[in-house]
Design a protein around this ligand. Structure first.
Ligand code: AMP
Length: 560
């Protein structure tokens, strides 16, 4: 039975299979390996996932959702076409689509998957990902951390089996940097760091602002829709700079042109590079490594394609990053490799993934200057290797105190209120003089992300326990079965005629975005296409689709 590997991304997802020892990315029904992680629900309950749904984000925003991975493991509810969905249910539609694509590719049913998750995903988020797999009708064999997958793919593709890797993952909105060791069939994440608010979007904004400065526009004074349009053009300009030396940005009614070069882009992005260097310094410090001890720097994420990033890393690290395959595909290739390894169990039984705890776990201590805002007291610090068991020692805050409340928090912030509260243990203690109570708090965090907390009052030798598995976010087995039945009533749109639907959805989107003559041109093209579709002549339909795509490409300014 085949096990598929899935990179379930915030922007795009990919599915990979291992055939005859070869890792293969599976194309979707449009022939593309990247499927946008976007879900559209039609009034009749039909679900559409991928490129068509992405077009509908603009034209049918209240029926379409994107970026729901950010909310995995939270209680956020999305309402689409007047129906409610949790983030894991939306993810399950993406997984269902990828499963179908893989089944078509393999010609057999798929029931098992390995899915990648960010290294910093907490217990709730990991659990939600497994639940999404179940809701898509698959057993999730294993979750693999994205940097582990990237390191695994890099080691296989470079033919250099073992080593220490620095995985640099720059996406649309986030930066993740990890140090990963791969020795003797053990992949170990040594440290993770990053910046949740740094990605390709920031480079788009730098270009937009630099353009405004050059042509005398005040960026802040632009209307929201003007900003959105300028940012879209800036992103296009940024991507052109990946392929060419120069790119011209033309914007606004007066259409003033300004030429960007990679040199100019690099100069304008100093502040972003400072933040990137900080994240790299943090991960090297936390992993107690120097750059000389890193064998390979692996580039992941769409934004790692930028030449300015490559040059910056080369200069900053004194080492050339390796670009093996496409940075969008490397995590998927790693998950596929891992799925292949799982399939051939006997051969590599000894491959184990060990994890580190990417966040700090701790409890609250009194804040003497502001009693309402207790301070975080770390017990298991971030990047501790799992399993980990640590004890914190505490005492009473005043004479005769007879009760304590031990909060369980996750996060890096100074005040507990800024961290995530995972639970609480209430306990009566023996009243003694201030500072004389002996309270031990033991945190034990295992490889599956289950946290056990024990509080012991040494005077009474009394212990209270709590196991944090965050049940409030979770469905019981029965609820899961029930929801699975309900979700099965939603059918995925058939893959037949997908290209036609994509062209029509794109036409609708461009109509919404453009004005005047361009709109009239879109109407003409769409009407012609719809008329030809009624004639049901495949050759004519194909010609008409090509014609429509050419017009839309031109209107979008995508022509070469
Ligand atoms: P991801 O979240 O990994 O899909 O990354 C998406 C980001 O990569 C977006 O900010 C894109 O603008 C950026 N990106 C994709 N392709 C390129 C390219 N050829 N050159 C520069 N940036 C790109």
């Amino acid at each position: 039975m085949a096990i598929i590997g899935i990179d379930l991304g915030t922007t795009n997802s990919l599915v990979c299979v291992c055939q005859d020892g070869q890792v293969r990315l599976v194309p979707n029904s449009l022939g593309q390996v990247l499927t946008p992680s976007v879900v559209n629900v039609e009034a009749n309950g039909e679900i559409c996932v991928g490129a068509v749904a992405k077009e509908r984000l603009v034209t049918h925003p209240s029926d379409t959702a994107a970026s729901f991975k950010r909310y995995m493991g939270t209680e956020k509810v999305f309402t689409l076409a007047k129906r409610s969905f949790t983030p894991q249910e939306l993810s399950s539609f993406v997984l269902r689509q990828l499963k179908e694509d893989a089944e078509r590719f393999l010609g057999e049913e798929v029931t098992e998957a390995v899915i990648s998750v960010p290294a910093y995903f907490n217990d709730h988020q990991r659990y939600a990902t497994r639940e999404a797999g179940r809701l898509a009708g698959m057993q999730v064999e294993r979750l693999i951390n994205e940097p582990s997958a990237a390191a695994l793919a890099a080691s296989r593709l470079s033919g250099q089996e073992e080593g220490s890797y620095l995985v640099f993952d720059l996406g649309g909105g986030t930066l993740d940097v990890s140090v990963v060791d791969y020795f003797e069939n053990v992949i170990e994440i040594i440290a993770v760091s990053g910046d949740n608010h740094l990605g390709g979007n920031d480079f788009d904004e730098v270009i937009a602002r630099r353009y405004c400065e050059a042509v005398g526009i005040i960026y802040e004074e632009l209307e929201e829709h003007e900003k959105a349009s300028l940012l879209r053009l800036s992103e296009k300009c940024k991507k052109e700079l990946t392929a060419r030396k120069e790119a011209v940005l033309i914007f606004g009614p007066e259409g003033q042109a300004f030429t960007f070069t990679n040199m100019l882009l690099a100069e304008s992005c100093q502040n972003l590079f400072d933040r990137i260097s900080q994240a790299i310094k943090n991960v090297l410090r936390d992993s107690r490594r120097t750059i000389d001890e890193i064998d390979e720097v692996v580039l992941v994420g769409g934004s790692s394609r930028m030449p300015v990033i490559f040059l910056f890393l080369q200069t900053f690290l004194g080492k050339s990053p390796c670009m093996i395959g496409s940075p969008d595909e490397i995590v998927a290739a790693g998950v596929g490799t891992y799925a292949g390894i799982k399939e051939r169990k006997q051969e590599i039984r000894d491959l184990v993934l060990t994890d580190s705890c990417p966040f700090t776990l701790g409890t609250n201590v009194a804040n003497h200057s502001d009693h309402a805002r207790p301070i975080m007291s770390p017990i298991i610090e971030r990047n501790s290797i799992l399993p980990s068991s640590k004890i914190g020692y505490y005492t009473n805050a005043y004479d005769g105190q007879s009760h304590i409340s031990i909060g369980i928090y996750q996060g890096e912030s100074y005040y507990c209120e800024d961290n995530i509260e995972l639970g609480k243990i209430e306990m009566d203690i023996l009243p003694v003089r201030k500072g004389e109570a002996m309270i031990e708090v033991r945190f034990t965090y295992d490889i599956n992300g289950i946290l056990e907390v024990e509080v012991t009052d040494r005077y009474q030798n009394k212990t209270e326990r709590a196991v944090v598995t965050s049940r409030n976010f979770r469905l019981s087995e029965q609820e899961l079965e029930q929801r699975l039945k309900e979700l099965n009533t939603y059918k995925l749109a058939s893959s037949g005629g997908i290209r036609t639907r994509l062209v029509l959805a794109r036409g609708e989107r461009l109509f919404a975005q453009l004005l005047g003559d361009e709109r009239r041109e879109i109407v003409e093209v769409m009407q012609r296409l719809e008329k030809i579709m009624n004639e049901q002549n495949d050759q004519k339909i194909a010609n008409s689709l090509r014609e429509a795509e050419a017009v839309f490409d031109r209107l979008e300014g995508l022509e070469p």
